[in-house]
Design a protein around this ligand. Structure first.
Ligand SMILES: [Ca+2]
Ligand SMILES: [Ca+2]
Ligand SMILES: [Ca+2]
Ligand SMILES: [Ca+2]
Length: 219
């Protein structure tokens, strides 16, 4: 029995690894993660957000969430997510205790969102990995206290740290932690690409000049 459990965990990790290596991004997406709240304890204030990128309503009944270790949550009630909309999964249901957010689904202590390295793996009703994120204690992913990790755009590959940002100071909820539970993340001004990111870092002034002269040409 225990061996079976271990094998199953390994299988999930392998599936997640396969998905983490791909760039496919569709369906239900893990869109925002508050793994380290500051206004309240992590025990009360952790949450994450799913986003439906499809044009169809999807019922998450029978889906599950887990990490690479022992965390495991089965969704055992009908839970529909409308096209282009969000669902907030929270550790605690009570806005007076959880930092002031409204939860769509409460998971209690089934899942713990580690502040260092941890994973969130979403499996569909057939047990196939629908989405997976593994954050890395700040190596490539955001690593803030009191601010969520927010996917810059649901279309980006959320397995990559560069696709995420720390929710900016102007976007607070409830008691003052930074996040957008149940709403679109911080508006995307630029989609970062590694090469242009370096270019911007090296020659912001030159790029600004190029942009200005380009604008003159086009107007
Ligand atoms: Ca945590
Ligand atoms: Ca904390
Ligand atoms: Ca965990
Ligand atoms: Ca959000």
């Amino acid at each position: 029995m225990e061996r079976r459990h271990v094998l199953r965990s390994m299988r999930v990790m392998l599936l997640a690894g396969t998905l983490l290596g791909s760039s496919a991004q569709a369906g239900i997406v893990i869109n925002e993660i508050m793994n380290n709240p500051a206004a309240v304890s992590d025990r009360r204030g952790e949450w994450f957000e799913l986003f439906n990128t499809t044009a169809e309503e999807i019922d998450l009944f029978g889906w599950s969430l887990r990490d690479g270790g022992r965390d495991s949550l089965g969704i055992d009630t009908p839970l529909t997510i409308a096209p282009g909309s969000f669902l907030v999964f929270a550790r605690n249901a009570d806005p007076a205790q959880n930092g002031g957010l409204a939860a769509d689904y409460v998971y209690g202590s089934s899942l713990v969102l580690g502040n260092g390295v941890d994973e969130l793996i979403l499996l569909n009703a057939r047990g196939a990995v629908a989405d997976a994120v593994r954050w890395d204690n700040g190596v490539t992913f955001p690593d803030a206290s009191g601010a969520s990790m927010a996917l810059l755009d649901p279309a980006l590959d959320n397995a990559l740290g560069a696709s995420w940002t720390t929710t900016p100071p102007e976007l607070v909820y409830g008691l003052g932690d930074r996040g957008t539970p149940g709403k679109a993340n911080a508006p995307v001004t630029t989609i970062p690409a590694p090469s242009t990111g370096i270019l911007l870092g090296i020659g912001a002034v030159g790029m600004g000049a190029a942009f200005r002269s380009g604008r003159r040409r086009h107007t």
